[in-house]
Write a protein that binds this ligand. Structure first.
Ligand SMILES: [Zn+2]
Ligand SMILES: [Zn+2]
Length: 411
C-alpha cells in the first residue's frame, strides 16, 4: 500500500481509518484484515493483539496489552505506506491523571480528558460539515459529551437519526456518509445551538469565545483541563443524591449556569448545607464531622486535576468560603469547629495521610478527642477541628501556588 490520506486537524483515528479504507476500496473490516496479514508476516504474536473491529482499534481499548497494541500500530505505521502512517499522533491513550480522586482519564493530543466526558454509544455529527465537503471527516472533539456544537458552523451536533431514531455512531456503522438506515449525514436537519454550548465547545477546542456579560467561571478559564475539572466536580458533587447524573442538554445547561457569577451559586449551596445541618443536628458542631455537613466536598475537589489553589478554581472557592466561615462573627463561624478526618486534613495541607499521622505523633496536630498512646492512627476518623487544621495550613503549609493571597482579594 503506497498512498495514504493526510490526517485532518483533530481528526479521530477511526475517521482516518475509514478514509484510508475508502481510498483502497476496502471496508474498514477488510482494511483490518489486511492489517492482520501484514502483521502476521512480520510478527505473529503482534497479529493477535489487533482486534477485528474498528470499534476496538484505539489504544485505550486495549485492556492489559496496550504496550503490545502500540508495538502493533507502530509496525503497521511503518509497513503500510510510503511515509509512516500518523497513527500515534491520532490515537487515544490511557492517562494516569485522576480527576476528583476517582475519575480516570484518557490522553489525546496534549489533553487529559476525564472518561466521564468521552461518549460511548453515540457520536454526533454536524450536517453542514458533510454538506460542504465530499470527503468529510470526524474530529475527535465530537466524541466528547461537552462538545455539542460544531464550532465551524455554530449549529448543534445531531446525535439521533431523524429517520430511524437510532443513535448515530460512524465507528459502529463503519462509514462516514450516513446512518445505517441510509439517511445521509448531509441531509440531516440543521439546528441552531445555544450560546453557552457554543462557548464551551470553543473553549475546549481552544477557539475564541464571544464576550459574555454574565461572569461565568467556565468562560474565563483558559486551560481546558480546568473546565473539565470544574464540570466534572459539578456532576460528582452538586446534583442531589438520586438525581440523574447523565450528560444531557438539560443537565449540561444546568451545569454551565451553576458557574454564572461564580462563586455566587457555590456559596449559596454551602449556606444551604449549613442551614440543613443546623436544622438536623442536635449536637454541637464540635461533635459533627465536616462530611456530615458538606459531604465529600474536600476529597471530590482536591484534584481538578490540579491540587494547587491557583489552578483549581473550585478548591480556591472552598478555601475562601471556609476561611470566611472561620473568621466571621455569625453562626457560620461554628463551622470552624467541625471535625475533619485524616484524608481531609491531607487535602487542606496538600499532604498525604502519612504526613498527617506524623503531625499527630509530633503533637503539632491536636485531636479533639483523646487518643490512646498506642492507638494506630486511623485517617478515616473525624478528629481534627477545621479551624486548627486551617491555622496549621496558614502557618507552615502555604506555598507559591497555594496560599491565602490567591483567594483573599474576594473578601
Ligand atoms: Zn460543521
Ligand atoms: Zn437512520
Amino acid at each position: 500500500m503506497l498512498i495514504r490520506p493526510n490526517p485532518k486537524p483533530s481528526e479521530s483515528l477511526e475517521s482516518y481509518m475509514i478514509r484510508l479504507a475508502d481510498l483502497y476500496g476496502y471496508t474498514p473490516k477488510q482494511l483490518i484484515e489486511r492489517f492482520h496479514i501484514i502483521l502476521d508476516e512480520a510478527d505473529q504474536k503482534l497479529a493477535g493483539s489487533l482486534p477485528g473491529h474498528l470499534q476496538q482499534l484505539n489504544v485505550y481499548h486495549a485492556n492489559t496489552s496496550s504496550a503490545l497494541r502500540i508495538e502493533c500500530l507502530e509496525l503497521l505505521a511503518e509497513k503500510m505506506c510510503k511515509g509512516r502512517l500518523p497513527i500515534m499522533g491520532m490515537a487515544v491513550f490511557r492517562s494516569p491523571t485522576k480527576y476528583a480522586s476517582r475519575h480516570s482519564s484518557l490522553y489525546w493530543q496534549g489533553l487529559d480528558i476525564p472518561r466521564f466526558f468521552v461518549r460511548k454509544d453515540s457520536i454526533p455529527i454536524c450536517p453542514k460539515c458533510f454538506q460542504e465537503s465530499e470527503k468529510a471527516f470526524v474530529p475527535f472533539y465530537w466524541h466528547l459529551h461537552l462538545v455539542r456544537v460544531c464550532p465551524l458552523h455554530g449549529c448543534k451536533l445531531i446525535a439521533v437519526c431523524p429517520d430511524c431514531s437510532h443513535d448515530l455512531n460512524y465507528i459502529r456503522d463503519s462509514n462516514l456518509s450516513g446512518c445505517s438506515c441510509g439517511k445521509k449525514y448531509r441531509d440531516m436537519p440543521i439546528e441552531s445551538a445555544s450560546a453557552p454550548f457554543i462557548n464551551i465547545a470553543n473553549k475546549i477546542q481552544d477557539k475564541k469565545t464571544e464576550d459574555f456579560s454574565d461572569e461565568n467561571l467556565l468562560y474565563k478559564l483558559s486551560d481546558p483541563h480546568q473546565i473539565f475539572g470544574a464540570m466534572l466536580w459539578y456532576y460528582s458533587y452538586v446534583p442531589e443524591r438520586g438525581s440523574s447524573r447523565c450528560l444531557t442538554d438539560e443537565t449540561i445547561t444546568g451545569c454551565i449556569s451553576f458557574f454564572d457569577q461564580w462563586p455566587k451559586n457555590f456559596n449559596n449551596l454551602m449556606e444551604a448545607k449549613i442551614r440543613t445541618a443546623i436544622m438536623l443536628t442536635d449536637r454541637r458542631f464540635s461533635a459533627t464531622s465536616l462530611q456530615s455537613v458538606f459531604g465529600n466536598l474536600l476529597i471530590k475537589s482536591r484534584r481538578l486535576p490540579s491540587k494547587a489553589l491557583c489552578f483549581n478554581p473550585v478548591l480556591k472557592a472552598i478555601f475562601a468560603y471556609l476561611d470566611y466561615c472561620i473568621h466571621t462573627e455569625g453562626e457560620q463561624s461554628e463551622i470552624g469547629y467541625v471535625l475533619l478526618n485524616g484524608f481531609e486534613v491531607a487535602a487542606i495541607l496538600d499532604a498525604d495521610a502519612e504526613q498527617v499521622a506524623r503531625l499527630v505523633d509530633e503533637g503539632k496536630l491536636r485531636s479533639a478527642k483523646r487518643l490512646k498512646n498506642d492507638a494506630v492512627f486511623n485517617p478515616k476518623r473525624p478528629l481534627f477541628p477545621l479551624k486548627n487544621v486551617f491555622n496549621i495550613w496558614l502557618s507552615r503549609f502555604q506555598s507559591r501556588l497555594s496560599n491565602r493571597h490567591i483567594y483573599l482579594s474576594r473578601w
